[in-house]
Design a protein around this ligand. Structure first.
Ligand SMILES: [Zn+2]
Length: 189
């Protein structure tokens, strides 16, 4: 069986809490869905914010819907440009990570934590997980093809009924491997 998954390349982005969205865009503000993402219910919003690091600032898109905690996802390259430490984490695990300032049209938020470099991972629904023979939290290898072909180690499998099959990597990883959004890569369990 050919165990391939599509790649979703994540550019730098911000997940926002209800509370912080109120501060940045005004009380009760609702995000505008610009484009659905591969994971069900997730979307790129029209709204963008200015993220201010110690060295520079960057404009980043918000991904909706709102979440429990505000989280800024960057690549290691972005961390150098911004002047913020880039700490590798699974999404949602933000204890001990750096903060920074986020500016919106109506106000600004001083984060004391929440900046992460997302650990590469694959989303599976339970049926796909069974087909691939993986369980939640398991790490696998992923092999890419082409002139910059590489093998990614330490790829975390995340299994949930709300997920659609997709491997998430950041821009640095995609560029190093010479792959782009929608390319197919092979999972080695
Ligand atoms: Zn993901």
């Amino acid at each position: 069986m050919d165990l391939k998954v599509p790649v979703g390349v994540s550019n730098k982005h911000v997940h926002i809490s209800r509370e912080d969205l109120d501060i940045l865009f005004g009380e009760g503000y609702e995000l505008t869905n610009m484009k659905d993402l591969s994971q069900p219910g997730q979307y790129a919003a029209e709204e963008r914010v200015e993220v201010v690091g110690n060295r520079s600032s960057m404009v980043m898109r918000i991904l909706g819907p709102v979440r429990k905690n505000t989280q800024v996802e960057i690549s290691i390259s972005d961390s150098f440009s911004l002047g913020v430490e880039g700490i590798l984490r699974e999404s949602g695990n933000i204890e001990g990570t750096p903060g920074l300032t986020i500016k919106g049209p109506k106000g600004q938020v001083e984060l004391d934590k929440g900046v992460i470099v997302a650990a590469r991972h694959i989303h599976f629904d339970p049926d796909d997980a069974k087909k691939f023979g993986v369980t939640n939290g398991q790490k696998v290898q992923v092999k890419t093809e082409g002139p910059r072909s590489i093998t990614f180690d330490e790829v975390i499998c995340r299994v949930d009924p709300s997920f659609a099959l997709d491997m998430h990597i950041d821009m640095d990883e995609a560029n190093a491997a010479g792959i782009k959004n929608g390319d197919q890569v092979r999972v080695i369990v």
